[in-house]
Design a protein. Structure first.
Length: 399
């Protein structure tokens, strides 16, 4: 199944017999539908099988009453080149994450490149190269939005204009370079925003040599679009300061796998109490010293649902629709016109729960039965998750 249609257009695809359809929309996380129709990588219809045009499909997938959700989005990764990370000397980490349901990754900076240039000409060249490389090469079909320069002292407004015109749309974590003061960061973040470049700020203690401690006051003054790893990457700010950031800032609250788990729960609960759950997004912050986490996003979903006592269908939105809207992506939501990026799941075999959502809420990781990107099947039963109780099958169009 993993060999099916690895390139080209998907044609018409009918995904039928869905048991549970998660929308990615935190305002309506569950859809009353059992069928999705795709054409050439985009969703063209969602509803009941009897009401949709399902004729003439190139591929038909029977979900066997399993769950379909938007493909998971990892909001915080540190790629370098291709599907290789020098930080852990590991090949295939992106493809392995796809087996964990991740269909899109967003770079917070290519910071682990050996000899990473820190002069202004060099850092711009690296960002443009990374953006171009991952635009041309998608490991296992995964969409990697890369080319996120780490800003350094001496940069001027024209540097950000040049980066934007070259196609760079992200800043690496503010604070990983020489720009650490709030007033310096605020000016550069504003320049980036003026030219359509989205910014993320490092939060908490230093993660790599050369990075610094970024406290709540710097985060608030800099006013970056994303409060990067609000639970620390690795070392967290005091819990009270994390909750203060949730309250005083209106920016995205990014919770990561490679951070402080206690403050991750505090941040998630604070967002619920402040009635702003739409601001919460999830990342792994890998590859890093903690390694590579192919199931990092799934683990975060089950962890937050179980320990913060948030319904699983809402937490899945943290990893899909919330991120898509904040990051201006065309994926992450099950609605007409969106990218046909899906993860097919079921409760893990022998989970004591009665269904997928209950299994996540008691802390189990679901089993992935299939991953689809742009309407094309990229893997069947995951090699990394626990085996799903039921898995979808391709009933036509397999050859």
């Amino acid at each position: 199944m993993a060999e099916i249609a690895t390139g080209g257009k998907s044609g018409k695809v009918v995904i039928q017999n869905i048991g549970l359809l998660l929308s990615g929309d935190i305002d309506k996380p569950i859809l009353n539908a059992d069928t999705i129709v795709v054409n050439d990588g985009l969703i063209v219809a969602v509803g009941k099988y009897k009401d949709l045009d399902v004729e003439g499909a190139k591929t038909v997938i029977d979900c066997h009453q399993t769950t379909v959700a938007p493909g998971l989005i990892d909001s915080h990764v540190h790629p370098v080149f291709g599907d290789w990370t020098p930080r852990q000397s590991q090949l295939g980490w992106i493809e392995s994450s796809m087996n964990g349901g991740v269909t899109t990754m967003i770079s917070a900076g290519e910071v682990h490149l050996p000899g990473r240039p820190k002069d202004i000409v060099g850092l711009k060249a690296l960002a443009i190269t990374a953006q171009r490389a991952f635009d041309n090469f998608r490991p296992a079909g995964v969409k990697v939005l890369a080319g996120a320069p780490v800003i350094e002292k001496g940069m001027v407004e024209s540097d950000f204009k040049e980066l934007a015109e070259a196609g760079v749309g992200l800043l690496g974590e503010v604070g990983l370079g020489t720009v650490k003061a709030g007033y310096e960061a605020k000016e550069m973040v504003a320049w980036a925003r003026k030219y359509g470049i989205q910014s993320t700020i490092h939060t908490g203690g230093p993660s790599v040599p050369g990075s610094g401690y970024i406290d709540k006051d710097v985060v608030l003054e800099a006013d970056a679009d994303i409060i990067g790893h609000i639970n620390g990457g690795h070392t967290s700010l005091p819990e009270a300061h994390v909750c203060e950031l949730c309250e005083k800032s209106s920016r995205a609250i990014e919770i990561v796998h490679n951070g402080n788990e206690k403050t991750a729960i505090a941040a998630a609960r604070a967002a619920i109490e402040l009635k702003c759950p739409h601001r919460v997004i999830l990342g792994t912050d890998g590859p890093a010293g903690s390694g590579v986490q192919p199931l990092g996003i799934l683990r975060m979903v089950s962890f937050i649902s179980a320990f913060a006592n948030i319904p699983a269908e809402q937490v899945f939105c943290f990893a899909t629709g919330n991120t898509a809207r904040i990051r201006n992506l065309n994926s992450g939501l099950i609605e007409v016109g969106r990218d046909a990026d899906f993860v097919f799941m079921d409760r893990a075999q022998h989970s004591p729960a009665s269904g997928l959502l209950e299994s996540v809420q008691i802390g189990d990781i679901p089993g992935v039965g299939m991953v689809m990107i742009d309407g094309i099947v990229r893997c069947g039963r995951s090699r990394n998750t626990p085996p799903a109780t039921e898995v979808p099958t391709v009933v036509s169009g397999a050859h």
